[in-house]
Design a binder for this molecule. Structure first.
Ligand SMILES: Cc1ncc(COP(=O)(O)O)c(C=O)c1O
Length: 509
């Protein structure tokens, strides 16, 4: 680190607790606004384009945005890692903050002109602590990570050295790529390229994390970091047990709560902050903000942890913070700390349970036989169908979900299941009765897939797709009807960010 940077980062202010106002925080009053000055004329020179609205400046991109808006409106979004954020978040994300460079931290920046950005970042930090009910004397947060993946890598960089050992839930068992994923031939993720990784697994019989096997293997492998959190795990985590295993082996316990952070904030899932040293998250899944990441760190155990985390984010892993995104994260975090958000989070779980109940009533196999969070993992192998086929059929019917490996899959290339999440539909104000309709749509999709597989006389995906898109059989007509029913149903519900659904242009490619 160069000396200028070192002196900057050494003089970083400690993060304020949520109850303490900081030197940067000013109450917003109208007295701060200098009222109307005459307009400066818009230039007519080489800068004229800088003032055109998008539709005029770039109709091609505007048309793609219109198509995407319509796709989201008329379809059913069931991808468990997605959500539909608010108008206010999108406004902040598209704001003037996009113009500003602010490497460093509040009060200690490389560049000038950061007095407003400093206020913004401290406000965002305080809102992040408040959203997760944290005391600023115990916990700090870095709000600059560009995404969940970079947040995780920055956390590793802060905590351990290259080639140190990490343990996370295996990819095929529901873990995330960034938790050390590798294949026999390739280290897929930077987390396995730069660190030694040993996955832990779920018990194939129950689908639940096999904590006993994890304890045994951790005892041998001695990971420097034990990672919890997942991308496709329908149950909650036993943090007390994980803490015990971490302590037995001198490991840090790091939670990546990306998927469930909205549920954690709303206190409808167990609290990782009671047990973990570091907690990372994305901000765009159940938390319903813009696309970004956060790193929370417990300040009470290691006196230099705050500086290590902050230095790992910048300059080790990132450059200038995306202040427009930080503004949008702050907006989302304010929304998180409301009763409305807690109601939404509780509804997500009620909705998932309803989908699980209806699918189970049709005798489908769900991993762990149900769900405690925002997703179900649907094992299609007993039906002789692959996840890819159901993903494809659903896509053609404007239901978006993703193929997912299920524990025991022979090949990661042919996942045997699909992941179904309820975040986005809950954000469209759908509740239990609507989930029953959605689950019946999914049931129809599977029945159509079975029929198409029979009609095509082949197990290949290309033949299958040809059958449902060009074939003469009943499956093609049934799929068309399903698609029509999905559109009619979906278009009855509001789309977050669009106050007037009549303004949505019905445009297709
Ligand atoms: C558990 C978990 N961590 C991290 C990430 C990565 O987040 P991003 O796509 O923002 O890098 C994901 C993405 O789905 C995830 O599921």
């Amino acid at each position: 680190m160069n000396s200028a940077l070192r002196s900057l980062t050494c003089s970083l202010p400690r993060l304020a607790s949520r109850s303490t106002s900081t030197t940067f925080t000013r109450p917003f009053t109208l007295s701060h606004i200098r009222m109307s000055a005459p307009s400066v004329p818009v230039p007519t020179d080489f800068n004229a384009d800088l003032y055109s609205p998008l539709a005029q400046a770039d109709p091609e991109i505007q048309a793609l945005i219109d198509r995407e808006t319509y796709r989201q409106f008329r379809g059913l979004e069931l991808i468990a890692s997605e959500n539909l954020t608010s108008l206010a978040v999108m406004e902040a994300n598209g704001s003037m903050f996009t113009n500003k460079y602010s490497e460093g931290l509040p009060g200690a920046r490389y560049y000038g002109g950061n007095e407003v950005v400093d206020e913004l970042e401290v406000l965002c930090q305080n809102r992040a602590l408040a959203a997760f009910h944290l005391d600023g004397a115990e916990w700090g947060v870095n709000v600059q990570p560009y995404s969940g993946s970079t947040a995780n890598f920055a956390a590793f960089t802060a905590l351990i050295q290259p080639q140190d050992r990490i343990m996370g839930l295996g990819l095929a068992d529901g873990g995330h790529l960034t938790h050390g994923a590798f294949t026999p031939k390739r280290n897929i993720s930077a987390s396995s390229i730069y660190f030694q990784s040993l996955p832990y697994q779920v018990d194939p019989a129950t689908g639940l994390i096999d904590y006993d096997a994890l304890e045994k293997n951790a005892n041998l492998f001695k990971p420097r970091i034990l990672i919890c959190g997942a991308s496709a795990y329908p149950r909650d985590f036993d943090y007390a047990r994980l803490r015990k295993i971490a302590d037995l082996n001198g490991s840090y316990l790091m939670m990546d709560m990306a998927h469930i952070s909205g549920l954690v904030a709303a206190q409808v899932q167990n609290d990782p902050f009671k047990y973990c040293d570091v907690v990372c998250t994305t901000t765009h899944k159940t938390l319903r903000g813009p696309r970004a990441g956060l790193i929370f760190f417990n300040k009470t155990k290691e006196s230099d942890i705050e500086k290590r985390i902050n230095d790992a984010v910048f300059p080790a892993c990132q450059g200038g913070p995306h202040n427009n995104t930080i503004a949008a994260v702050a907006v989302a975090l304010k929304q998180v700390n409301t009763q409305a958000f807690r109601d939404y989070a509780a509804q997500i779980i009620a909705n998932t349970k309803t989908i699980a109940k209806v699918l189970s009533s049709h005798d489908y196999k769900l991993q762990t036989d149900g769900s405690d969070n925002h997703l179900v993992l649907w094992d299609l192998r007993p039906l002789g169908l692959s996840g890819s086929k159901i993903e494809k059929i659903c896509d053609l019917a404007h239901i978006t979900l993703n193929k997912n490996s299920v524990p025991g899959d022979k090949s990661a290339m042919v996942p045997g299941g699909v992941r179904v999440g309820t975040n986005a539909l809950t954000s469209r104000s759908m509740k239990e009765p609507e989930m029953e309709v959605v689950a019946e749509f999914l049931h129809r999709a599977v029945q159509i897939a079975l029929q198409a597989q029979e009609e095509s006389g082949s197990k290949k995906l290309v033949d299958f797709v040809k059958t449902v898109t060009e074939g003469e059989g009943a499956s093609r007509k049934a799929l068309q009807q399903l698609s029509h029913d999905v559109n009619t149903f979906a278009e009855k519900f509001p789309l977050p960010g669009v106050p007037d659904s009549a303004s949505i242009k019905r445009v297709e490619a």
